[in-house]
Design a protein around this ligand. Sequence first.
Ligand SMILES: [Ca+2]
Ligand SMILES: [Ca+2]
Ligand SMILES: [Ca+2]
Length: 118
Amino acid sequence: MHHNQIALGFVAAILLAGPATGQVSAPLTQQQADFLDRNSDGAVSPDEYHDYLGNAFQYLDTDRNGSLGRNEVEDLMSDDQFSSIDSDGNGQASRQEFLNQGQRDFATADKDASGQLE
Ligand SMILES: [Ca+2]
Ligand SMILES: [Ca+2]
Ligand SMILES: [Ca+2]
């Protein structure tokens, strides 16, 4: 589905921009920001970001076992990035681990610490 393809691209963009890469986080593109900004107030709030990540997680968890195996995200992130998300090292990125990484990425992307991504 077209919608899912968009979501997948954004997961890639956001996760790949995360601290695990050792690179400076790329700001959201306008297109990404518009997509995440559900209430169209011109900024992405933590709630909006959280909702998006929850949807992304559901989409990525293709076997519906409640966690992401390496195989489910093999095209999306490097081993290092996966390890960064899998904080307990059990080889599975749980929903909570995935959301925790998202929070870290949000904080990194929120360069002016306004609590919103503008
Ligand atoms: Ca908003
Ligand atoms: Ca799974
Ligand atoms: Ca884990």
